[in-house]
Structure formats: C-alpha cells, structure tokens
Design a protein around this ligand. Structure first.
Ligand SMILES: *[C@@H]1O[C@H](CO)[C@@H](O)[C@H](O)[C@H]1NC(C)=O
Ligand SMILES: *[C@@H]1O[C@H](CO)[C@@H](O)[C@H](O)[C@H]1NC(C)=O
Ligand SMILES: *[C@@H]1O[C@H](CO)[C@@H](O)[C@H](O)[C@H]1NC(C)=O
Ligand SMILES: *[C@@H]1O[C@H](CO)[C@@H](O)[C@H](O)[C@H]1NC(C)=O
Ligand SMILES: *[C@@H]1O[C@H](CO)[C@@H](O)[C@H](O)[C@H]1NC(C)=O
Ligand SMILES: *[C@@H]1O[C@H](CO)[C@@H](O)[C@H](O)[C@H]1NC(C)=O
Ligand SMILES: *[C@@H]1O[C@H](CO)[C@@H](O)[C@H](O)[C@H]1NC(C)=O
Ligand SMILES: *[C@@H]1O[C@H](CO)[C@@H](O)[C@H](O)[C@H]1NC(C)=O
Ligand SMILES: *[C@@H]1O[C@H](CO)[C@@H](O)[C@H](O)[C@H]1NC(C)=O
Length: 469
C-alpha cells in the first residue's frame, strides 16, 4: 500500500514540476517555421515539454480572442472610419510648456493641443489608450501558437480558432480592417492627421499569421475554407499594393535599421501567402543585397541597433528579424544564411557577438530564440550554443521555440526533468497527411529513465513513512 501511494505521489510531484515550468510565455519578436517541419510530425522526443508548452500557450491566448480594429479604440482615425487601423507613436511625449494654458488640460486636450517631441526608447504609456497594436500582436501570437497546437494536438478547436480570428480581423463586414496603415503611429499634437512610417512596424508579425495560414492550407484543415483563403488573398493583394507604393510604406522600406528588416519580413511573407514566390524572392534578394549589407560589422556588432537607448533589446530584435528573412528565403529556395555584409559580417557573426554582450538591465531572454536558431542552422559541434542557453536559462527546452529550433541539444534537461503529462501522445493533425511517428514520445521520456523513477519512488516512500508513521 505504501509503495502504491509512493508511486502515485511521485508521479504527481514530477507532473506538477513539468506544469510549473511551462507557464509564462513572452511573445517572440518574429519567426517563421518551415511548414513541412510542423506538419512532418517527426519531432525529436526531446521537444515534448516544448510541445506541451505550445499547447498551453495556445489555450491561454485563445481565451482572449477574437480581436478587431473596430474594438478597443477610444478614438477614431482622422478619417472617422472605424475600420481604419489606428495607433499612436509610442516614443513621442507632449510638451505643453509653450501652450499658454492656465489650468490643467484633460488627456483629450493634451492629445490635440500640445506639440509632441521624441524620446527614443521611452514608451509613453498612454499610447495604449488606442490599442490596435496590442490587439494585433496578441492575435498574431494566438494564431501562430494555435496553428502549432493544431499540428501537435490535432484538435479542430485550434484550426477553427485560427480561421475565426483571421475572418474577424481581415474579412467580416462589421469588423474587418481596411487594407492599409495610413493611420499607424500617428504623432499626436495640433493638426496631426496621418500616420508615420514607423507605424508599418505595427504589423511585422504578419509573418506569424502567414506561417499559420500555410500550415492550415498545406495541412488541409477543413476549418480553413476556400472562402476564407480567397478572401484573405484578396485582402492581402490590396495591402501589398499599399506596402509597395504608399509614401509611408516606402520610407519604412528604406529604413537602415530593424524597421527596414521587419518591413521585408512582412512583405516577403505576404507575397508567399498570395503565392507570388518570384516576388517574394525578389524582395528577399533586395533586402540581402541592400539594407543587410550595412547592418552587421565583421565583429558581429549591429551598428544601427547599438546606438539606441536599449541596445541589447534592439540587437536581439533586429537579429530575430534577419533570421526571419533568412528563414523565409530558405522556404523558397534562396539560401541566405552564409551571405556576408559589405564589411564581412554575417547573421552568425551577429548571433555570436550578441551572446558576448552583457544585457545589463535589459531582459536577456529576448536573445535566446535566436541562439537556438543559430544552433539549428549552423550546427553546434562544440556545444557552444547549448552551453550558453543552459547557463542562461536552465529550462530552455521547456520553451516553445525549442520545438522548432532543431536540432539543438537539450543539455540533458528533458531526461532529468520531464515526465508524461498523462494526457496521451502527440498526434497527427486530424486532416493532415502526416503519420503519427511521434506517438508515444511523451511516455518514453519518463520510462527511459528508470533510475530517476526509482529515486523518486524511494524519496516518496521516505516521505510517506515520515508523514504517516
Ligand atoms: C471626423 O469627425 C469630426 C467630428 O465629427 C469632424 O470634425 C471631421 O471633419 C471628420 N473628418 C472627416 C475626414 O470626415
Ligand atoms: C518644449 O516647448 C518649449 C516651448 O515651446 C521649447 O522651448 C522647448 O524646447 C520644448 N522642449 C522640447 C524637449 O522640445
Ligand atoms: C497646462 O497643462 C499641462 C498638462 O495638463 C499641465 O501639466 C500644466 O500644469 C498646465 N499648466 C498650468 C499653468 O496649469
Ligand atoms: C492591449 O492589448 C493587449 C492584448 O489584448 C493586452 O494584453 C493589453 O493589456 C492591452 N493594453 C491596454 C492598456 O488595454
Ligand atoms: C488535445 O487536447 C485535449 C484537451 O486538452 C486533450 O483532451 C487531448 O487528449 C489532446 N490530444 C492529444 C492527441 O494530445
Ligand atoms: C477584395 O478586397 C476589396 C478591398 O480590399 C473589397 O472591396 C472586395 O470586396 C474584396 N472582394 C472579394 C471578392 O472579397
Ligand atoms: C529564389 O532564388 C534562388 C537563387 O538565389 C533560386 O535558386 C530559387 O529557385 C528562387 N526561387 C523561386 C521560387 O523563384
Ligand atoms: C555555410 O558555409 C559553410 C562553409 O562553407 C557550410 O559548411 C555550411 O553548410 C553553410 N551553411 C548553410 C546554412 O548553408
Ligand atoms: C534528439 O536530440 C538530441 C539532442 O540534440 C540528439 O542527441 C538526438 O540524436 C536527437 N534524436 C533524433 C531522433 O533526432
């Protein structure tokens, strides 16, 4: 009896450890995962904890949807059209000192009366009063994680979520977004009535939306209907027209720093969505032969990010975006991973250099997915990347990105920490062609470590004796 209790208790103990480890996700700056990898369903058993984390991430974000530009808006765009995306420039602050007011101004008066001045890197918290930006960012992670969860778990709940949210944001008559960013990152103040080029960055995570659509489309999810696909392709065609001709969009395309890199993430992904692969290829060749040429020095330093107020964040941010461009390129048969810049830098040099930079008071974890990508793409024969990750965040194999940044060593973490979730095995998407080669992975992780199981049992027997003797 004691032994039985001990075994049951030891399972519960290990199980709750795994649950605790996989809570709390930060959104990724950007990424693109090869759809055939997601649908291939032939994942390393070391990724089982990351797979569970992705499903939990998908569930937690799903509880917040759906999202639309027509909600969460205390203010209309200057066009007065509720369908027009609106955001305020986040680093701009009111300067009311020359306005001549004799009493306090209300927020609404400040927004239209006081000239706004820039303070790089300092968020004006009231820019979230109009929260289309937060809504799109949350939705893009929800769509991305739910498409992954569909491939991992197989439930049509996840594919239906993706289809429903895309229909709400882009297509439904009451809630659609106009296919332009004419009013993104408006700098407030007297006479402000247009967006600014930095606002194009607000939709950088279109890349994740496209990634999800490719997974559902290629995997033939029944919930991803022809009607929604055709509607989204139509919307995207109009929006690509705006992105490639509007003055604001073209200014963003010419930005030397991360703004330019993210513009190319967005445009290339959308061209892939509408099946203009030659156009996407031309877009990515242009990025790697122009902006990229000046973005990384031979040392690996990124000069345009290093000069910013939060340099560790900006280095990590642009790095994620360069990696995303290389991943989009790889998807269409253009190998950009080893391309060098005009001064002899490369994506790999940028990864290696950023790993040596102390983050100081900035979050270190923003860099980790890019280090994982470095190991997966360039290999890690000396174990340098795995050692860095293990030193920085011991439980890195529990993070969603560990699922797709493969191959990458788990530094032995999964064998010593993971367990069966007891909820069955990873399965093929109900409608995909993939076979369930991954079946049984979750249980194998626990059962291949009999020594640890025995140790757990022994500890629980001791606890049992202590408590109940
Ligand atoms: C938007 O509505 C405001 C307030 O009704 C009005 O003053 C303004 O002229 C309108 N703008 C446009 C572009 O219709
Ligand atoms: C704020 O406005 C005052 C008065 O117009 C001006 O002298 C000052 O330079 C402005 N401050 C900034 C940071 O722009
Ligand atoms: C003018 O308005 C600003 C913003 O509300 C406020 O900080 C400032 O104190 C006001 N000036 C006077 C003289 O009340
Ligand atoms: C903006 O939207 C995001 C995503 O829905 C949400 O997490 C955040 O709390 C919102 N911010 C405000 C100030 O409403
Ligand atoms: C998918 O998730 C549901 C709900 O949590 C669960 O009941 C089911 O067993 C999972 N299926 C697989 C194959 O993991
Ligand atoms: C295509 O998109 C345009 C706006 O971009 C819209 O006016 C039109 O109704 C759409 N057509 C179809 C068939 O969805
Ligand atoms: C993209 O460009 C590469 C050359 O860099 C070429 O090999 C590949 O076939 C092109 N892909 C498409 C879809 O045009
Ligand atoms: C980069 O170049 C090295 C050396 O030529 C080669 O071994 C490696 O396969 C290349 N990596 C990629 C991702 O193409
Ligand atoms: C799984 O990943 C581990 C760690 O990188 C590696 O040693 C092992 O060979 C991989 N197994 C398979 C089947 O790919």
């Amino acid at each position: 009896m004691a032994l039985l209790c001990a075994i049951v208790l030891s399972f519960l103990t290990v199980r709750s450890l795994a649950d605790d480890l996989s809570v709390g996700f930060s959104p990724y700056d950007n990424d693109f995962i090869e759809p055939s990898y997601i649908l291939g369903n032939n994942w390393n058993t070391t990724t089982v904890v990351a797979q569970e984390a992705i499903v939990q991430w998908a569930d937690s974000l799903a509880a917040q949807g759906p999202w639309s530009v027509t909600t969460s808006k205390a203010f209309l765009a200057p066009s007065n059209n509720t369908h027009d995306y609106l955001s305020w420039a986040p680093y701009w602050w009111p300067n009311c000192s020359g306005v001549g007011n004799t009493t306090e101004l209300t927020p609404q008066q400040i927004w239209v009366t006081c000239p706004y001045v820039p303070r790089d890197g300092e968020f004006n918290p009231d820019f979230r009063t109009v929260n289309n930006t937060g809504a799109f960012t949350a939705m893009s992670d929800a769509i991305f994680s739910n498409a992954l969860a569909w491939a991992i778990n197989g439930s049509s709940v996840y594919s239906a979520n993706v289809a429903n949210w895309i229909n709400t944001w882009f297509l439904a008559p009451d809630t659609y977004m106009s296919p332009n960013l004419n009013y993104a990152q408006v700098v407030r103040g007297p006479g402000a009535n247009t967006g600014t080029h930095t606002g194009v960055l607000d939709l950088k995570c279109m890349t994740k939306v496209v990634n999800a659509v490719l997974v559902l489309r290629t995997g033939k999810a029944p919930e991803w209907t022809d009607t929604i696909d055709t509607g989204l392709v139509n919307w995207t065609t109009t929006y690509i027209g705006w992105l490639t001709s509007n003055k604001i969009a073209l200014e963003e395309a010419a930005s030397a720093n991360n703004h330019g890199t993210f513009y190319y993430n967005q445009l290339a992904a959308l061209q892939i969505l509408v099946n203009d692969l030659a156009g996407a290829n031309a877009t990515l060749h242009k990025y790697f032969s122009t902006l990229y040429q000046h973005q990384v020095l031979a040392s690996g330093e990124q000069p345009f990010e290093a000069e910013r107020t939060r340099p560790f964040h900006y280095r990590s941010y642009n790095l994620a975006s360069m990696i995303t461009n290389a991943r989009l390129a790889a998807h269409i048969g253009f190998n950009a991973w080893n391309l060098t810049t005009s001064t002899g830098g490369s994506i790999k040099a940028a990864i290696d250099f950023t790993m040596t930079v102390p983050p100081k008071d900035e979050p270190a974890s923003e860099l980790f997915p890019s280090v994982g990508a470095g190991a997966a793409v360039y290999g890690d024969p000396q174990g340098k990347y795995a050692a860095f990750l293990s030193r920085s965040q011991e439980d890195y194999p529990s993070q969603p990105w560990f699922f797709w940044d493969q191959p990458l060593s788990d530094s032995g973490w999964v064998r010593t920490h993971a367990t069966s979730s007891g909820t069955g095995t990873a399965a093929a998407p109900t409608s995909s062609a993939g076979t369930s080669k991954n079946a049984g992975a979750r249980t194998r992780v626990l059962l291949d470590t009999p020594g640890e199981l025995l140790l757990g049992v022994a500890i629980m027997i001791l606890i049992h004796i202590f408590l109940f003797a």
